[in-house]
Design a protein around this ligand. Structure first.
Ligand code: GCU
Length: 668
């Protein structure tokens, strides 16, 4: 990760640090800030105003400052003295790390910053057995000391002490918290949204005490902790006969649980809930709606200033592929749009950025553009489930920035979130983490750029994906030559397009291998229950989602309806998401659909071959371990890209019988 302690202490060793709190009490964050400077960076921290002639860095937390609570200003004077100011200890911490970043990038300058999104959240999908759902960087950093090969049955709790479930590697968690705080993350949920086995008990003793140890680390870095809860917990661990959100006993049970959590963790953030989704229990089982479900939690959390984050990823995961009227893309909107205005002030709806599931290309979820009186979080997936498993290089910021910039009548989607909220402070972004116990945290070292980039994307609405890549490369390869850094940046900046090129074409999605979601599987989901179909036949491909002849999904976008309803006015890259067209249909680019498929699949592999050559050219100018790590992954990426190219091209060649105009090899 970017915070290279040895390098920073060496660079800063001639400075003296001084912290002043004016009208603000000492708290866990200010104590942490002092220890970061003195113990972690080994830098001189003086208690009274410095007299020294050495350049001084003064950190001032002044309640009278007119800066936003999380904002800060950095003032770099000509004589080398620096003053970092904020109105809260958290803002001061962010200012301190921002200044370290400037130093790391050799770009110290005066500036003032206020974060763009209020909630800047990370979701861990870590499970109590030490595995990480859709994790590609080793075991959980939090759980699983007793071995990930021991899987408890779904709701079977053989006696096992809390010490056995928690890994207890405090220093790893501290390093992670430091990294997250250094890029402005302010909330984290600590366990997977599919809450199984021991994780169901994290909300009660004795597990809660161990959870509290973790939350104290995050709190000291200004990060609020949340837990994912099992909607059926009253039945599963509370010995009740129901989990009905309107049942008095159920409400009383949750109240008791929540009151106790706040006795143990006074600054607890609240709950994340996945309900009625992919087999998880939820309010529909009791004839209740999702507002009933969410408001149950909102009301028991409200007295403690906690919030409930309710996921909108609700769809029928038992679709009959023969039934063309059911469209998974419609589901979030169909389940939630009518509930707009019915969620309590401290309930937040977390919506995936696209209507399906983090594919390489999707339109914006229409729910994000539609809700008018609801707190919303836009959800992203840093862990590369459909995007190459952190084997393939895929720097995904271009896609996320594009999604958050979709225009609505209230401005871009990222601007819209606070404007339509009941409580603007409860809106923002959340993303599923990509870290694990692997030495380099993220499997592929270059996948760190997505974690770093996600946080920077939450913080600033003006940074481009190239600027973020430039920062991350500059900070992570600080000893390399400029030419080497440019090579790495260039690979990152081209990687998302390359990956999209060799995967499912033109937004059609889900041509992925169903066994784990890595590599091609053009028909793997075609006759399955998950509602993700491409309908390729001998004449054409794509899903007709129009109102005139298709599923009517297009009607969920009032302001874009007229353009998306017709193929001629639909952007090329989303054509097959919205329309079923013939292979000879001509795109705006001038290519036919079939020729576009062939061209992009050949181009994607060629680009990966270039990545391999370019990476070879920088051997010797970066740490050998990092170089080896990425070189090995690029070898696997090349094999994967070739596999995608050949299977997708052959699939469409066999169906269409239309040869490649350029006569390149297609397998029959
Ligand atoms: C995807 C993913 C699941 C996950 C789900 C979710 O479908 O494959 O592993 O549980 O998203 O977001 O809840």
């Amino acid at each position: 990760m970017w915070l290279n302690q040895a390098w920073l202490s060496q660079t800063l060793s001639n400075r003296v640090f001084h912290i002043e709190l004016i009208g603000v009490s000492e708290d866990a964050v200010s104590v942490r800030l002092r220890s970061e400077i003195a113990q972690w960076l080994h830098l001189p921290l003086v208690t009274s105003a410095p007299q020294s002639t050495q350049p001084t860095v003064t950190l001032v937390c002044d309640v009278r400052s007119c800066l936003d609570e999380e904002g800060f200003s950095i003032d770099v004077a000509q004589d080398g003295n620096v003053c970092i100011e904020s109105s809260s200890t958290r803002g001061l911490l962010y200012g301190f790390y921002a200044w370290l970043r400037d130093v790391g990038l050799k770009a110290e300058h005066s500036h003032t910053e206020i974060p763009d999104q209020k909630l800047r959240m990370i979701n861990q999908w870590d499970q109590a057995d030490g595995s990480v759902e859709r994790g590609y960087a080793g075991e959980s950093i939090f759980y699983g000391r007793w071995g990930s090969n021991v899987h408890a049955e779904f709701f079977d709790f053989p006696e096992r002490s809390a010490a056995d479930v928690f890994r207890g590697d405090i220093s790893r968690i501290r390093d992670y918290a430091r990294f997250l705080a250094s890029v402005g993350i302010n909330a984290i949920s600590l366990n997977n949204v599919n809450v199984r086995s021991y994780a169901t008990r994290f909300i009660v003793e004795p597990y809660l005490q161990r959870i509290a140890e973790i939350t104290r680390i995050f709190s000291s870095f200004g990060i609020k902790s949340f837990l994912s809860v099992n909607f059926a917990a009253p039945k599963v661990i509370g010995n009740l006969t129901t989990s009905d959100p309107c049942d008095k006993k159920v409400i009383a049970w949750w109240k008791k649980v929540v009151d106790h959590i706040y006795e143990v963790i006074p600054d607890f953030g609240g709950f994340v809930v996945k309900a009625d989704s992919e087999g998880e229990p939820g309010p529909y089982q009791y004839g209740r709606d999702h507002a009933d479900g969410a408001n149950l939690f909102a009301r028991v959390l409200a007295p403690h200033h906690g919030i409930v984050i309710w996921r909108a990823f609700v769809y029928n995961s038992h679709t009959d592929w023969r039934d063309r009227s059911v469209d998974r893309a419609r589901a979030a909107f169909d389940n939630f749009a009518a509930l707009d205005g019915k969620f309590d002030d401290n309930a937040v709806l977390q919506v995936k950025f696209g209507p399906i599931d983090f594919q390489t290309r999707e339109p914006l979820s229409p729910l994000l553009a539609r809700m008018q009186k609801t707190n919303l979080i836009m959800e992203f997936e840093i862990t590369a489930e459909y995007l190459g498993h952190q084997i393939d290089v895929n720097y995904v910021l271009p896609q996320w920035i594009g999604m958050a910039s979709w225009q609505s009548p209230e401005g871009s989607i990222r601007e819209r979130l606070p404007r339509v909220a009941r409580q603007p402070q409860f809106t923002g972004f959340a993303a599923i983490s990509n870290v694990g116990m692997d030495e380099n945290w993220t499997g592929n070292t270059l996948a760190q750029a997505n974690l770093y980039g996600y946080a920077r994307f939450c913080w600033s609405k003006s940074l481009t994906s190239q600027e973020i890549a430039h920062e991350w490369v500059g900070l992570s390869f600080e000893n390399s030559t400029t030419a080497t850094k440019q090579v790495i940046e260039s690979i990152l900046n081209r990687s998302n397009k390359a990956y999209e090129d060799y995967c499912a074409p033109l937004g059609v999605g889900f041509m992925v291998n169903r066994n784990g979601h890595y590599g091609p599987g053009p028909d793997d989901y075609e006759f399955d229950r998950w509602g993700t179909y491409h309908y390729a036949d001998r004449d054409g491909v794509g899903v007709d989602r129009t109102s005139a002849t298709g599923t009517g999904f297009v009607g969920q976008y009032p302001s874009l309806y007229s353009s998306l309803e017709k193929p001629e006015t639909t952007p090329d890259e989303l054509l097959l998401f919205f329309h079923h067209v013939n292979y000879t249909y001509r795109l705006h680019s001038g290519e036919t659909v079939i020729q576009h498929i062939y061209n992009t699949h050949f181009a994607g592999v060629e680009e990966v071959e270039k990545f391999v050559d370019e990476w070879n050219s920088i051997q010797g100018d970066i740490e050998p371990l990092d170089w080896e790590n990425v070189a090995e992954r690029l070898r696997r990426q090349k094999a994967n890209a070739i596999n995608w190219r050949d299977q997708i091209n052959t699939f469409f060649w066999r169906l269409s019988g239309i040869a490649d105009e350029q006569g390149r090899s297609l397998y029959s």
